[in-house]
Each structure stands twice: as structure tokens, then as C-alpha cells.
Design a protein around this ligand. Structure first.
Ligand SMILES: [Zn+2]
Length: 589
């Protein structure tokens, strides 16, 4: 029954049976299913796109490797040898000679922040700036590109790089940019630097008191110098106008173009509000989403705080029914929660003290009982839940919340996820498996954090740091991502981390906690089939097989034959989504 239904729809969009043997349609359809195209005559409708002379890694057990792929109507029509597939090309078919390049099922980033990347791209990058004057120059250059009065934002300054190593004050910024408010985040996000216009816009004066948990740096006369520490940063940032719908759309477009160039065919956006969703829908309606996007509602924090920041409470957001594959690009069926903080700032929640900070076990961002309540609510509304949980106790309590929520709302296929899972207790690995929880992990976080992560947790807990091997060996589904812009959006960097557990300078020798390394095949599956499963898309995505979405990533060099140390720089030749080439490297052939 399934095959017959598939054949009927196949006539319009999939692998059409050859018209000259009408009675044999079922058999030929099955052959097409197995990836064998009709070889003696052209098929009824020519393919839109044929990729040939490639090394196709299908991740399809029925046909693990092939040379060529034909695409029709956005899905894969045939996979096979050059001879088998090229017969599907007609006069209007685009043919791409891959010159032996590697074709993978379209890579997915299962956890990224699309708008944050787009905003970063448009802001002033002052990382590495060696003087206050250099920063002022960069801010002024940006201001000249903006309409009068628009805010100039940026980040990355670090006074430790300057002569004297003292905090700056507003004056050089005010002199260089007198007419635009300027706000620049320090490299660690724990301080911000404002010019006079920004302080005026925020109505901050010498009479403004320090807020709880924050400090306004003041000069000898008591006047704010322009430096705002921790919670005092909010005094300025609340004055920044919220982005307009058009600005949100522009940021998404900019970010997705970057993601397409990195070889991504889909991103799971880990936290959006209702304005963002409206922007995504408009972009989808206009045919302006090059990539597929899988959205998670931002359900973080107390409802009151959400309301105060003009975000709607989760209860209201979930009145919107899930949206599945809208305009062949957009899905909204998940909720992002966050139980604890991060390990770098010692906010992740552990059973025992931080090894390098006695008395500190971390901080809950959301109370565990609230995680449970929100999970219940989401399950009732047909939504998946993806909870940021990093410390061993944060992970343990998230699993307990999931167990209780599933008891209250029995759900056939919930696919609850834990985002990050950075330091798991070995005793909790079987619980992940038992509850069917998906591990959504970021290979490059391991190699970004390895310089200090052992100091935080010590040798015993350290065995569970970024423990992909434990996850895979227990048969737990693993989805890979980058958490961009925290780490670069480039999946090749994550693939390198997953295989080597080394940084880009091949440090440390042999790899950090090398027993957790993945094979290339495993890490590729985590970026394709694993991420597809995490989005309920395993029947459309994650393998190159007839009837699947024509989402493909072509690398410039073959990841299977180059030294592992060269994977991160292997290059992307083509990114294809739904049969459309959304990125093509310059001078690829
Ligand atoms: Zn994130």
C-alpha cells in the first residue's frame, strides 16, 4: 500500500516510472526506490538537476555509495552510477560535473542562533583591537553606513590588549561618534562601553544608582565614565530600540547566506519569539529562505520576566499550533528551555562544588519544577522540548522533569532533547536511553572548552565531558550542531573536533579525552540523520535516496581521504536545498 501511494505521488514529484511499460510500473517504482534508474530509455520527465562524476556517500544501507544523483521537483529522483543517472537528464537539465568530489546528505546544524549570527555580522567587530583609538575608528566607520541616530553595536574589546590595561571611558568614542549611540560589549559579555549619546538615550546620569548585581563605573566627580559592569549593562541596553520586522528579516537573510556557504542545508534555531516567527513566515512566503529552518519557541525564564522583556509567556506562544514544513522550508514544533548556566562562567549546576571554586555548585536559570511544568504544557500542545542542561545535576534534574512530564502527558513519540549535555554522570546515560531522549551536542564546544574544562570539574567528573562515545555506545540518538555564533557555524570545524578532539593546531597530541572520539562515519551521521531524527524528519532527510528531499552538501575535498587535521579546511563546493543550488563556491571547477 505504501509503495503504491508513493508511486502515485512519484509521478508528479519523485522517481517517475518509465512510461513505456505501464503494467510494470510497480516493479519499476520499486527499482527506482532501490536507486536504480531506467537505463535504456529516458524517463517521462527529465530531471531538474543531475550531479555526476562524484563520490556519493548516501548513508542509505540499500546503496551506501554511488557516483551520481538526479533531482526532480525538489526530491531525489535517482541515485546510481553515472550511466544510470545521466539518462534522466534532458535539454533543460542542469548538469554538474563534480570532478570526483564528495556528496553528503545535506548537513544540519541542530543548535544555532540564526539572528544572533546575523546581528553579529552587522555589528562592529573589535576583537583583537590593540588600542582605544582603533576601536573608535571602527565604530565611526560603521556609523557612517547607518541612518542618523541609529545605534552602533559591537563586541569583543579587551583592555588587557592595550597599553596601561585600564578600562576606557566614553570620551574617545564620543569624539569619534558624536551623533549615534554606541554600545560595545566586552569580550566576555560582563561589561559594556557606551558613548555619551548612548548614556543620554538611556537617561543615565550621575544620579542613577548602581542596580543590584551591577556597577556603573564613575570618575572622581561621580559621573558615569561609560563603563557598565554586569547587571548595570541593562541600564543602557533597554534603551536600544527593538528591531523592526524588516531588520529581523535582514538579519535572518544575512545569517542564512553565511550558513549556506558553510555547507548547511538546515538549522535548528534554538530560541525565537513571536516577532521572529512572523518574520520567518514572511520570508518563507516570499521564497527567501534558502535553508530549511526548524524553530524552537524561546520558553526560557519566568513568565513575568518574559513579559517584562516584551516576549510573550510560553502559554501564549503555544496557542499557535505546530507548523510542519511550511512552504517546504519552515517547521515550528519545539520549545527551548534552559535549566542551568554555562561551565565557563561556573553557572552550570553540579552535584558537587566546582573543582576550581569551592562552595559553588552553579545556578539554576529555571527551577526544575518549572522545567517540568513547561514540558508538560508543551507536550499537551504537541510540541517537542529541547532543554539546555550542562552540569551533571542540571542534566539529572532535567531527566527527572522529563520523566514526570511524560507520566502526566503520555506521548507516543515525544523525542525530548537535551541541548549541550556537556558533563553527564555515567549513571544518567541509561536514563537518557530509557526515556528516548536525544542528545543534541556541539563537537566544537569540546575543543573550544578543553583548555579549562578539566579545571572546572576535576578528573572523576571529567570522564563525562562532551561524552559522545557514551551516548553512541548506549544507542542514544545524537544530533550535532555548533551553537553559533558561540562557535563558528561551519560544520567542517565540528566534524574535525568530533573525529580528533584536537584544536586546529592539532593540540593536544592524540586528542583531549581521546576515548570519546567519534569515527568520521558517526560524526557525519550526527550532522545528517541524527539531526534529521531530532527534527522528526528522518523520512525526508539524512540520506541520499529516492523520494528524500534533495538536500545535499558537496565538499571541495573528500573528507574520507584527506588527513583528519585537514577536515576543517576541506572547503564547501556546493550546498543544495530542495534541489536548488543555494551556494556554489567561486571557481569550483
Ligand atoms: Zn544555544
Amino acid at each position: 500500500m505504501g509503495s503504491i501511494l508513493w508511486l502515485r505521488s512519484g509521478g508528479a514529484s519523485g522517481a517517475a516510472p518509465c512510461a513505456w511499460v505501464p503494467e510494470g510500473a510497480l516493479l519499476l517504482g520499486l527499482l527506482a526506490l532501490a536507486g536504480i534508474a531506467c537505463s535504456s530509455r529516458p524517463a517521462q520527465a527529465p530531471a531538474d538537476l543531475v550531479l555526476f562524476h562524484g563520490a556519493v556517500l548516501t548513508l542509505d544501507p540499500a546503496r551506501p555509495e554511488a557516483q551520481a544523483v538526479a533531482v526532480r521537483g525538489g526530491t531525489i529522483a535517482a541515485v546510481g552510477s553515472d550511466a544510470e543517472v545521466l539518462v534522466l537528464a534532458g535539454p533543460a537539465t542542469r548538469r554538474i560535473d563534480l570532478g570526483g568530489r564528495l556528496v553528503l546528505p545535506g548537513l544540519v546544524d541542530a543548535h544555532g542562533h540564526i539572528q544572533a549570527l546575523g546581528d553579529d555580522m552587522a555589528s562592529v567587530d573589535v576583537h583583537g583591537a590593540a588600542s582605544v583609538e582603533e576601536i573608535a575608528r571602527r565604530a565611526a566607520a560603521r556609523a557612517r553606513e547607518l541612518p542618523p541616530g541609529a545605534w552602533v553595536s559591537g563586541d569583543g574589546w579587551d583592555q588587557n590588549l592595550w597599553p596601561g590595561r585600564a578600562f576606557p571611558d566614553h570620551r574617545p568614542l564620543t569624539r569619534a561618534v558624536p551623533d549615534h549611540p554606541v554600545w560595545l560589549d566586552r569580550i566576555d559579555g560582563h561589561a559594556g562601553w557606551a558613548n555619551l549619546k548612548a548614556m543620554q538615550a538611556a537617561r543615565v546620569t550621575r544620579r542613577t544608582p548602581d542596580p543590584p548585581g551591577g556597577r556603573i563605573v564613575r570618575d572622581a566627580h561621580g559621573d558615569p565614565t561609560g563603563i557598565f559592569i554586569d547587571n548595570a549593562q541593562d541600564l543602557i541596553t533597554v534603551a536600544r530600540p527593538r528591531p523592526t520586522r524588516d531588520q529581523i528579516k535582514e538579519s535572518i537573510r544575512r545569517s542564512l547566506a553565511r550558513c549556506a556557504a558553510a555547507g548547511l542545508t538546515e538549522v535548528h534555531d534554538a530560541g525565537v519569539g513571536d516577532e521572529d516567527v512572523a518574520a520567518y513566515r514572511e520570508l518563507a512566503d516570499a521564497g527567501q529562505l534558502p535553508l530549511r529552518v526548524y524553530l524552537m519557541w524561546n520558553g526560557i525564564g519566568p513568565a513575568a520576566a518574559q513579559a517584562a522583556s516584551a516576549g510573550k509567556p510560553l502559554e501564549t506562544l503555544l496557542e499557535t499550533p505546530p507548523l510542519i514544513n511550511y512552504r517546504d522550508r519552515l517547521t515550528l514544533r519545539a520549545v527551548k528551555l534552559m535549566i542551568d548556566g554555562a561551565m565557563g562562567s561556573r553557572g552550570a549546576v553540579f552535584f558537587e562544588d566546582y573543582a576550581d571554586d569551592r562552595g559553588n555548585k552553579g545556578l539554576f536559570v529555571t527551577a526544575p519544577e518549572d522545567v517540568e511544568k513547561r514540558t508538560e504544557l508543551a507536550l499537551r500542545k504537541g510540541y517537542q522540548v529541547c532543554t539546555h542542561a550542562i552540569g551533571d545535576r542540571g542534566i539529572h534534574l532535567t531527566l527527572a522533569a522529563y520523566r514526570n512530564a511524560l507520566a502526566a502527558v503520555p506521548t507516543r513519540d515525544p523525542r525530548l532533547r537535551i541541548e549541550h549535555l556537556q558533563c553527564v554522570a555515567s549513571a544518567d546515560v541509561p536514563i537518557l536511553k530509557e526515556l528516548g531522549v536525544i542528545a543534541s551536542m556541539q563537537p566544537s564546544h569540546a575543543t573550544s572548552d578543553m583548555y579549562w574544562a578539566d579545571d572546572r570539574v576535576g578528573p572523576q567528573r571529567g570522564k563525562g565531558l562532551y561524552a559522545w562515545r557514551w551516548v553512541l555506545d548506549a544507542g542514544i540518538p545524537l544530533a550535532a550542531g555548533s551553537d553559533f555564533p558561540v562557535d563558528p557555524e561551519k560544520p567542517l570545524i565540528g566534524i574535525h573536533s568530533g573525529v580528533t578532539r584536537q584544536d586546529l593546531k592539532n593540540w593536544p597530541e592524540g586528542g583531549w579525552h581521546a576515548e570519546q572520539k567519534m569515527t568520521l562515519d558517526e560524526v557525519l551521521r550526527a550532522y545528517t540523520a541524527g539531526a534529521a531524527y531530532a527534527a522528526f524528519e528522518e523520512n525526508q532527510k539524512g540520506r541520499i535516496a529516492p523520494g528524500f528531499w534533495a538536500d545535499l552538501t558537496v565538499t571541495a575535498r573528500d573528507l574520507r581521504v584527506i588527513p583528519a587535521a585537514e577536515i576543517a579546511g576541506a572547503g564547501i563546493a556546493y550546498t543544495i536545498v530542495g534541489g536548488t543550488v543555494v551556494y556554489e563556491a567561486p571557481r569550483v571547477n
